[in-house]
Design a protein around this ligand. Structure first.
Ligand code: ZN
Length: 446
């Protein structure tokens, strides 16, 4: 099972993450169960207010931590932890109760106890019995093909995409439409998104919506979006949530493309950089099985890593940024082509096109080497248009990385083309929701 394999590989990272996950949901409950909670409730309002204002922050925090977890809390956490383990095993592949018991280390009785409610509410389904050699025929459990789904939506400069994703990672629907969003207002863009979501949801139970935008986002709000400036400052998650009446989570497209390679299947291990080029360059950094977003969402801005101090001016106000040398628009311009397909075709015969892609690859290699030296990750995934040009780009990228990556002497950085094509971002947006549901299985009972 994936969880167990990871536990061997990343013992500390996983342990800490698990501890964090288990600690956080019960913090409020513990606060509610404080012995003097009643006293606080009955005290006059002004006194309560003053007391809280005057108490130093660290003392208030410590008081909450010292209160022991009740037995009921503890049992609930154990049950949710076990349920998470079972769901992760089922994301890996379906299995009979005996098979799941063997893969998770839980008893068959515990397994039945955990899965019964999910069979009853249509999240799981028991398949017809199959004979597997001697003994009783086994009845595999799997996620119900008509069970709840997550919706992923991608807003981009010239298109919108939607993906309806089951908990098992199977795509129920996916669709991409042309839309000129560059000059559209947030209101217009959201109107288009709502239409698309309603068109593809049908009467399925929906777990939530993941929304991807080509920009930096923080707390559900777009902070920076050079190619969709009308969205800057808009709290898109809250606005779409109120229009759809569903929970919406907003994230940056590069982060979500990276997530699509991590969940529900590991396509590039647990530590990698996913890089793609559209109008700009987007990179998602995955460390120890988590997308690294930074404090305010700006992590992984590979496109604005400087590779030439006094180089070409960039839209960000700096000079010599990677995207001024390795962006798709630069490659197309230097190759004298207008579209990616046209450029890919020209690479068969046209030396000018080959030179343009090779030079872009070298610039990208210099930028990636910096990232490798900072994060020491073993794999680079070339996505989007870079995946299409992979064959011609990778030689040039590697030539720069081989001489610049310090760990290169120890091991070769793996350079692979993404298998997800143009739907990586929207798949990651939907995956954001299915992953959160599996990590917080109490959502399945909401
Ligand atoms: Zn820049």
């Amino acid at each position: 099972m994936r969880g167990h394999r990871n536990a061997h590989k990343q013992p500390n990272a996983r342990k800490h993450r698990r501890a964090r996950e288990q600690r956080s949901p019960c913090k409020h409950r513990r606060a509610r169960n404080r012995p003097n909670a009643r006293k606080h409730r009955t005290a006059p309002k002004h006194r309560r207010a003053r007391k809280h204002r005057d108490a130093p922050k660290h003392r208030r925090a410590r008081a909450a931590i010292l209160v022991p977890m009740t037995t009921v809390d503890h049992l609930r956490q154990v049950r949710l932890g076990n349920l998470r383990t079972v769901l992760l095993a089922l994301v890996d592949k379906p299995g009979s109760r005996a098979d799941l018991a063997a893969r998770t280390g839980l008893t068959k009785a515990t397994l039945s106890n955990l899965t019964e409610p999910l069979l009853a509410n249509g999240v799981l389904v028991e398949e017809p019995a199959t004979l597997t050699g001697v003994g009783r025929p086994s009845k595999p459990l799997r996620f119900h093909p008509a069970g709840p789904v997550a919706i992923g939506v991608e807003v981009n400069v010239e298109h919108l995409a939607v993906e309806v994703l089951g908990l098992d990672g199977d795509t129920v629907h996916r669709h991409r439409v042309h839309a000129d969003n560059r000059r559209a207002t947030a209101n217009e863009v959201l109107g288009r998104v709502v239409g698309l979501v309603e068109q593809f949801t049908g009467d399925r139970a929906v777990l939530g919506v993941g929304l991807a935008v080509p920009g930096v986002v923080h707390d559900g709000t777009v902070v920076r979006a050079p190619n969709l400036p009308n969205l800057v400052g808009e709290d898109l998650a809250a606005q779409l949530s109120s229009r759809l009446g569903r929970e919406v989570e907003l994230d940056n497209e590069a982060n979500l493309a990276a997530l699509a390679h991590l969940w529900p299947k590991h396509l590039a291990g647990e530590d990698f950089v996913h890089v793609t080029a559209d109008v700009g360059i987007g990179a998602g950094v995955v460390l120890a099985g988590e997308v690294y977003r930074g404090v305010s969402g700006f992590a992984g801005e590979l496109g604005h890593v400087v590779i030439e101090r006094d180089g070409v001016e960039c839209t960000c106000g700096s000079r010599g940024c990677v995207e001024r040398y390795a962006g798709l628009d630069v490659m197309l311009r230097d190759a004298g082509r207008t579209h990616l397909d046209d450029l890919a075709e020209a690479l068969r015969t046209d030396e000018r096109a080959r030179t343009a892609v090779r030079e872009a690859g070298r610039a990208l290699g210099v930028g990636l080497a910096t990232l490798m030296n900072l994060f020491d990750v073993p794999t680079v995934v070339l996505g989007g248009s870079y995946a299409v040009l992979h064959e011609h780009l990778s030689v040039a990228i590697r030539s720069e990385m081989d001489i610049r990556v310090l760990a290169g002497g120890e091991r070769h950085t793996r350079l692979i083309a993404s298998p997800l094509g143009e739907f990586a971002v929207v798949r990651g947006a939907a995956g954001l929701v299915t992953r959160r549901t599996v990590q917080q299985p109490e959502r399945l009972y909401a």
